[in-house]
Write a protein that binds this ligand. Structure first.
Ligand code: AMP
Ligand code: MG
Length: 842
C-alpha cells in the first residue's frame, strides 16, 4: 500500500553503495524541477490546504515518560530492540483489520495509538509515518530515495472502543495517502512552528510498516536479528517498525539512548503486545479498559511495591503512649522553650490538670477544642490536655487573620478554645475561652485520668486551603498517628537519647513529628521561637547550642539555611535532616549533601493521609525520589480512568491504608470526591492526592508535580482558587486569576491578574486580602488586564498571561528617572530586584 522505508532503505543503500549503484532513471535536478513544477498545480495547493487544516491549532507535544531529562539539543544516539508478535495473534489482528475494511498497517497503528494514549493520557496524538514518493512514475524502484513523511493525527479516547479507533485511524490514513505529495518540510515551514531544538518538529515518534510478502526474515540478504547495536542512530525519540512476515509480525523499536533505558523500551514493547492481544480477543473493548500490564507486572506494582504490612499498637491513643513514657522516664527533660523546661512528669501532671478541667466542660470523644497559643510549652500542655480529656484538638495559628480564625471556629462548631492573655483579642468567639496562662486552669488533681477514648476517635482536625474559597478541616484519628509513629521510627533512628527541634507552626500536621512523636518515645524537644523560625542565623545558633540531632525542614527553609555560609555550621552537627512538604529540588539536595554528614530524608505526604506517607533515605542516593510507602500504607498510580499505570508512566498518586483521614469535617460531598473506593482492596478507601508521580523500576516513587491548581509556596499549601475567590469578593474586582510564578532566583511567588473597571491601588487590595487570608497567600504582584486570555481548548492561557506585565498595580504613578543619578539608581534597583518591573523614581 505504498508505505515502506526505514530498515529497508538503510539496507538497500548499504548494498548499493559505490559501484553497485543501479543506474538511476532520473537525475536529482530533474526530480527537483518536477517537484517545483508540482508545487504550482491545483492538486498540490489542495493538498497543502488539507495539511494546514489538519495541523491547525495547538500542536500537542507527545508527553512520553523518559528515563533521563531531555537534552536541550536533540541527541541522535540510539539503540534498538525487537520482538515478534506471534503468528496466532498476528493472524487475529489481520482478521480484525480485514473485517473492518482496514489494512494491517492501520490495525498496528491503531494499537500504537492506544499505547501512546495509555502512556500519556493525551487525546490528540501525532505520529509520523514514512512514505515512498511513488507518485512520480519513474521512481518505482528507487525505494526510499525520495521519501516523504506523513502525519497521522488521531484522537484516541478512553471511552472509545478499539474498533472505533481503528475506523478513525483508517480514515486518517486514507486521507493522508490522498495528500501524500505535499512535502513535510514545507508543512513545517508553512506552519511557522517555533523550533524547539530538543525535539523533532511536529512529531516525536515514527511508525513504519513493511509488507514483505516473503517467506523468511531475510531482507536483501541481511538477517534482521543480526543487526548490531553499536553506533546506532535514532532519528526520532522512538520509532516503531513493523514487518509482516510469514511467521508473525516482526517489531523493532528504535529509541534514543539519551532519553530511554533499554528496559523501559522492552517494557513498552511488552505493553504493545499486550494491547494487541487484548484488542484481538475483544475488538470492541474500550481503550480505558484494555489491560496493558502483564499479570506479573500488575502483581508487582499493586502488591510487591506495597508490601508494607506491619504490626503496631493500633488500639492505643497518643496520650496513652505519652503516659507510658512519662512513667518510664519521669525525670527526663521533655520540652524546652527559651528558659522554660518541663520534665516528662511535670508535663504529664500539668496536662492532666487541664484535662480534668476540660472534661468538666463536657469535652469527650470527637469534641473539638481549639488551641490558639504563642510558641511556648503551652502548645504541648494544651494538646495533651485536650487529648487526655478525650477530645480532638484544632490548632489555630494566631498569626492568621481574625476572619479566618473566626471561620475555622464556626465551621468546626468549636465550643471551647484554649488561648493565652496576649491573644485574647484575636478570638471573636462566643464559646468558652480557657486561658492557659491562668494558674486556676491547673487547679485540679494531677493524676492520669480514667480512659474514655478509643484509637478510632479523632485526635485532631487541621484546616488546609480549599479551592472553592474556604479552608476545609481534615479529621485524623489516633490510630493513623500511631501507625505513622511506627512508620517513622522504623525508617529513622528516633531514639530516646536524641534531641529534636520543633520548628513547624502548630497548625500544620508535621508539627506532630517534632513534638508528640518524640514525646512518645522519651526524646527531648526544643521549641524554636518565632525569631528562630524566621532568622536562619538564630536558628543555626539554637541548633548548635542545644546539640540538636534531628531537624525537619521544608526545602524552602533549607534553602535559606544554606544560602549563607555563616548559617551552615549547624548542618555539620546534625544527625538526621528530614526534608519535606514540597518538591525537593535536585540541585538543593546536592548542595546540602556536600555540606553535611547527616542522613538526609525526603518526606512526602498530604495532610489527608497523616503527616508523611512515603519516605526516602537519600543519603547514599544520587537522585531525589519520594521513596516508598510507610508501614500499612499503599500507593497507587493511576491514569484519569483509574487504571494502574505501568512502571515509568506518570499518573495521579493515590494513597490508601491506615493513615487515611476520616474525611473532611462537615463536607460529605468533597470527602466522597477525594476519598474514593480502593479498587485493589475490597471495602477500603483511597485518597486522590492530586499529585503526579510515577513508579521507578525499583519501587521508589518519583514526584512530578500537580494536576490541579494547588501550589506550595515556601512550603505552604495553597489552593489558587481560594485566593481567586477571595479577590472576586472584593467589590472592585470583576474577575481574577492567580498564578504561581518563579523569579530569577527560581523562588516561587504569587501573581494576581485582575479585571476591574476602577482604580485599584496596591495598599487597599493587600489590606482587603489580609483580612481573610494568611500572609503567605497574598500575591506579590497585582496586574490589571482587560480580559483573561484563553487557549484553543478554552482554558486559561498561562503563557500569554505571564507575558502581560504592563499594568502592574503599584499604588504609585510611574515617574521615569529625570537625571543621570536617578537613571543610575533605577539601574541598580533593576539589578537587585529579581522581578521584571518597570522601576520609576517612586
Ligand atoms: P500538606 O497537606 O500541606 O502536607 O501538602 C501536601 C502536598 O505537598 C502534597 O500533596 C504534595 O503536593 C506536596 N508535598 C509534600 N511533600 C512533598 C515532597 N517531599 N515532595 C514533593 N511534594 C511534596
Ligand atoms: Mg504533609
Amino acid at each position: 500500500d505504498g508505505i515502506s522505508v526505514g530498515i529497508l532503505f538503510e539496507e538497500i543503500s548499504k548494498l548499493y553503495s559505490g559501484e553497485n549503484l543501479p543506474e538511476l532513471k532520473i537525475e536529482y535536478k530533474d526530480y527537483v524541477a518536477w517537484q517545483a513544477d508540482k508545487y504550482h498545480t491545483e492538486r498540490y495547493k489542495k493538498q497543502e490546504k488539507y495539511w494546514l487544516e489538519k495541523c491547525k491549532g495547538d500542536i500537542p507535544v507527545l508527553d512520553m515518560p523518559t528515563d533521563y531529562m531531555r537534552p536541550p539539543n536533540q541527541s541522535f544516539e540510539g539503540e534498538r530492540c525487537n520482538f515478534k508478535i506471534p503468528k496466532k495473534i498476528a493472524d487475529r489482528l489481520k482478521e480484525v483489520a480485514r473485517s473492518n475494511n482496514a489494512t494491517l498497517y492501520m490495525g498496528l497503528l491503531a494499537a500504537y495509538n492506544a499505547l501512546l494514549y495509555r502512556y500519556t493520557g493525551q487525546e490528540d496524538i501525532l505520529v509520523g509515518t514514512p512514505i515512498a514518493g511513488r507518485s512520480h512514475p519513474d521512481l518505482q524502484y528507487v525505494v526510499g530515495m525520495f521519501v516523504n513523511t506523513l502525519i497521522m493525527r488521531n484522537s484516541p479516547k478512553g471511552e472509545q472502543s478499539f474498533i472505533e479507533l481503528l475506523s478513525k485511524v483508517k480514515d486518517t490514513a486514507l486521507e493522508a495517502y490522498e495528500n501524500q505529495d505535499y512535502q513535510f518540510e514545507m508543512l513545517v515551514d508553512k506552519l511557522g512552528i517555533k523550533r524547539d531544538l530538543s525535539r523533532n518538529p511536529l512529531f516525536d515518534t515514527m511508525f513504519a510498516f513493511h509488507n514483505m510478502n516473503k517467506g523468511s526474515i531475510d531482507i536483501a540478504g541481511v538477517k534482521i536479528t543480526d543487526y548490531k547495536n553499536e553506533n546506532r542512530m535514532a532519528k526520532f525519540d522512538l520509532t516503531l517498525t513493523a514487518i509482516d512476515l510469514d511467521d508473525g509480525i516482526f517489531i523493532e523499536l528504535e529509541y534514543r539512548t539519551k532519553l530511554f533505558k533499554r528496559e523501559t523500551i522492552e517494557r513498552l514493547g511488552q505493553h504493545y503486545l499486550n494491547i494487541i492481544e487484548e484488542v484481538t480477543k475483544n475488538p470492541s473493548i474500550k481503550l480505558r479498559e484494555i489491560n496493558i500490564l502483564s499479570k506479573s507486572e500488575k502483581v508487582k506494582i499493586i502488591d510487591g511495591f506495597n508490601e508494607t504490612e506491619s504490626e503496631y499498637p493500633m488500639e492505643k491513643t497518643l496520650h496513652e503512649l505519652f503516659e507510658e513514657q512519662a512513667e518510664k522516664t519521669p525525670d527526663n527533660i521533655a520540652i524546652v522553650c527559651g528558659n522554660r523546661k518541663l520534665t516528662y512528669r511535670e508535663l504529664n501532671k500539668k496536662s492532666n490538670q487541664l484535662a480534668r478541667l476540660l472534661r468538666g466542660k463536657g469535652v469527650g470523644p470527637d469534641v473539638i477544642v481549639g488551641i490558639m497559643v504563642e510558641r511556648s510549652i503551652e502548645m504541648i500542655i494544651g494538646i495533651y490536655g485536650i487529648l487526655k480529656a478525650g477530645g480532638t484538638y484544632l490548632p489555630i495559628d494566631p498569626q492568621h487573620p481574625i476572619e479566618r480564625i473566626k471561620y475555622m471556629l464556626q465551621d468546626s462548631k468549636t465550643q471551647v478554645l484554649l488561648t493565652q492573655y496576649s491573644l485574647q483579642n484575636k478570638a471573636e468567639f462566643d464559646g468558652e475561652i480557657i486561658n492557659l496562662d491562668d494558674e486556676k486552669t491547673y487547679g485540679q488533681n494531677c493524676m492520669n485520668l480514667g480512659k474514655i477514648s478509643k484509637s478510632t476517635d479523632l485526635a485532631y482536625v487541621i484546616y488546609t486551603s480549599g479551592s472553592t474559597g474556604n479552608p476545609k478541616g481534615v479529621m485524623i484519628e489516633h490510630k493513623s498517628i500511631i501507625n505513622f509513629i511506627k512508620g517513622m521510627t522504623d525508617e529513622i533512628d528516633f531514639s530516646s537519647n536524641k534531641t529534636i527541634l520543633a520548628l513547624t507552626t502548630i497548625s500544620f500536621d508535621i508539627f506532630l513529628l517534632e513534638t508528640l512523636l518524640p514525646l512518645s518515645i522519651g526524646m527531648k524537644v526544643i521549641i524554636a521561637n518565632e525569631n528562630q523560625q524566621k532568622n536562619p542565623w538564630a536558628l543555626n545558633d539554637l541548633i548548635i547550642n542545644n546539640q540538636i540531632d534531628i531537624v525537619q525542614v521544608t526545602p524552602s527553609r533549607l534553602q535559606l539555611l544554606i544560602e549563607n555560609e555563616k548559617n551552615q555550621s549547624c548542618l555539620k552537627e546534625l544527625k538526621h535532616l528530614l526534608v519535606g512538604g514540597e518538591a525537593f529540588p535536585q540541585a538543593l539536595f546536592e548542595k546540602v549533601k556536600s555540606r553535611t554528614e547527616a542522613k538526609i530524608y525526603n518526606m512526602y505526604g498530604p495532610t489527608e493521609t497523616t503527616i508523611w506517607s512515603t519516605v526516602k533515605d537519600l543519603t547514599t542516593n544520587n537522585n531525589v525520589t519520594i521513596g516508598k510507602p510507610i508501614v500499612n500504607t499503599q500507593a497507587y498510580i493511576v491514569d484519569k480512568n483509574n487504571c494502574i499505570q505501568p512502571i515509568g508512566c506518570k499518573g495521579e498518586l493515590c494513597i490508601a491504608g491506615d493513615g487515611l483521614a476520616r474525611g473532611y469535617l462537615n463536607r460529605q460531598e468533597l470527602t466522597k470526591e477525594k476519598f474514593i473506593n480502593n479498587s485493589y482492596v475490597l471495602g477500603e478507601r483511597m485518597y486522590r492526592t492530586g499529585d503526579v508521580a510515577r513508579w521507578l523500576p525499583d519501587g521508589n516513587i518519583e514526584f512530578l508535580g500537580r494536576i490541579d491548581n494547588q501550589v506550595k509556596i515556601r512550603g505552604y499549601r495553597i489552593e489558587l482558587g481560594e485566593i481567586e475567590n477571595q479577590l472576586m469578593k472584593y467589590y472592585k474586582v470583576k474577575e481574577a486569576v492567580v498564578l504561581d510564578r518563579k523569579d530569577e532566583g527560581n523562588n516561587k511567588y504569587l501573581c494576581a491578574y485582575i479585571i476591574s473597571d476602577e482604580e485599584i491601588n496596591l495598599e487597599e487590595i493587600r489590606e482587603y486580602l489580609l483580612k481573610y487570608l494568611p500572609e503567605y497567600m497574598i500575591p506579590i504582584n497585582f496586574i490589571k488586564i482587560d480580559r483573561i486570555p484563553l487557549n484553543m481548548s478554552g482554558k486559561i492561557d498561562r503563557k500569554t498571561l505571564i507575558e502581560l506585565n504592563d499594568n502592574i498595580v503599584t499604588g504609585v504613578d510611574y515617574i521615569p528617572p529625570r537625571n543621570r543619578i536617578e537613571e543610575k539608581l533605577v539601574e541598580i534597583w533593576q539589578d537587585i530586584l529579581p522581578i521584571d518591573k518597570k522601576i520609576g523614581i517612586k
